[in-house]
Design a binder for this molecule. Structure first.
Ligand code: ZN
Length: 396
């Protein structure tokens, strides 16, 4: 056998064993040999390698009713890390994420709304280096960086095609961060990574088909099928905020009339409200409704109806098993939650689809984008065979 064939098999076996332990832990050495068809010697060699480099732990567990104990293997979630980045108009949050999707370190970086992209990206690169150093993380265990931001994102090219919130157009993100940190970088739309977090470890864990709908400065959604983000032709699948629901409606920021988000997005609601009264934000608008002010009720009741319409339309389009709701408008106001609980399924969802899916709320709330970005980086860049090589080379 050629040397590079042997290398290939060796690398493949390492990955197989690691993934098997990760998915089925706790698992015994004998089970690994039986499931993979590898010889006990090969399994032992790989497991020892992983064990000595701290990629896994051994635990003792009783195996039978007679109380005999055996040794099982479990992956050490802190043995592989990634950096998740959430970018917004006025700030950037960076976090170190482990294999279980836990945020184990966090750092906030301020940003001016009009700041040029290279200045922001430079600050993020420096911030990540500081986060890793000050958190005492072993750099060799960090497989890469994931970045989540609002807008249309070229996922393969690592650039923002258009992010209205950040004011970025055709902006390279991954190449610059990669160059400045030495870490491979993946970039994606914030709702897409958030849905990945919810689907993997959050409110939609165990789901086969889930859709996350975000009600924030815009309205968007992300569909996950069997663990994979559905991207469409240009990574724009799910941009429901710009589906037209009334051709003669109000002008949207995109230049069209009557887009769905002109009825639900926070900015649109406030704009409508301020034509009547100078409210400071959503809180005041909801308070006006509670005080029985008819104009506030008109705006918010229509917004709630359109939230329910969105859920109903999503159910018709994708027939998911789970719909995850996220965003201030749906998470922070009890009247919205009550409306969804009482009316959505019974009045707005088409009858044959009622009860075919559940409506849940984001489990991670503010950390969802960091966790999802970190998981995106792990799914793109984790190559356990290379991780082992890197750890071994540096182990002197
Ligand atoms: Zn629009």
């Amino acid at each position: 056998m050629q040397k590079h064939d042997q290398d290939f098999i060796k690398r493949k076996n390492r990955t197989t064993v690691f993934e098997l332990i990760r998915k089925h832990s706790p698992v015994s050495r004998a089970e690994i040999a039986r499931w993979t068809g590898m010889s006990p010697t090969t399994v032992s060699r790989i497991v020892n390698e992983l064990y000595h480099l701290d990629f896994m732990h051994e635990i003792e567990q009783e195996t039978t009713s007679v109380g005999r104990k055996a040794v099982f293997l479990q992956v050490n979630p802190k043995s592989v890390l990634s950096v998740g980045v959430e970018m917004d108009k006025t700030g950037v949050r960076t976090g170190v994420v482990d294999l279980d999707g836990k945020v184990v370190g966090i750092r906030y970086i301020a940003r001016q709304p009009e700041e040029p992209s290279d200045a922001t990206l430079g600050k993020i690169a420096d911030g990540i280096q500081t986060l890793i150093r000050e958190g005492g993380f072993d750099r060799r265990r960090i497989v890469g960086i994931g970045v989540g931001l609002p807008g249309i994102i070229d996922h393969d090219g690592g650039r923002a095609v258009l992010s209205a919130q950040l004011g970025w157009k055709s902006t390279d993100i991954a190449p610059l961060l990669q160059e400045r940190t030495g870490l491979p970088t993946a970039v994606d739309n914030e709702l897409k990574v958030k849905s990945l977090a919810e689907h993997t470890y959050g409110a939609a864990a165990g789901s086969k088909r889930s859709v996350l709908i975000g009600f924030g400065s815009g309205v968007g959604s992300s569909l996950i099928i069997d663990g994979d983000i559905y991207r469409g032709e240009s990574n724009s699948a799910g941009e429901i905020g710009h589906t037209i629901v009334d051709p003669g409606g109000s002008l949207c920021e995109c230049g069209k009339r009557g887009c769905l988000q002109t009825y639900i997005a926070e900015a649109a609601l406030l704009e409508k409200a301020r034509k009547i009264k100078p409210v400071s934000g959503l809180d005041e608008l909801f308070q006006a409704r509670r005080n029985g002010e008819g104009w506030a009720a008109d705006i918010l009741d229509r917004a709630m109806a359109f939230i329910a319409v969105t859920i109903g339309n999503i159910a018709c389009m994708y027939n998911p098993d789970t719909v995850i709701l996220t965003g201030k408008l749906v998470e922070q106001y009890p009247e919205v939650k009550d409306f969804i609980a009482e009316k959505c399924m019974s009045e707005f969802v088409w009858e044959p689809l009622r009860g075919t899916f559940r409506i849940v709320y984001s489990a991670f709330e503010q950390d969802g984008v960091i966790i999802g970005s970190g998981l995106l980086a792990q799914s793109r860049f984790l190559d356990i065979a290379s991780q082992i090589d890197q750890m071994e080379q540096n182990q002197i």
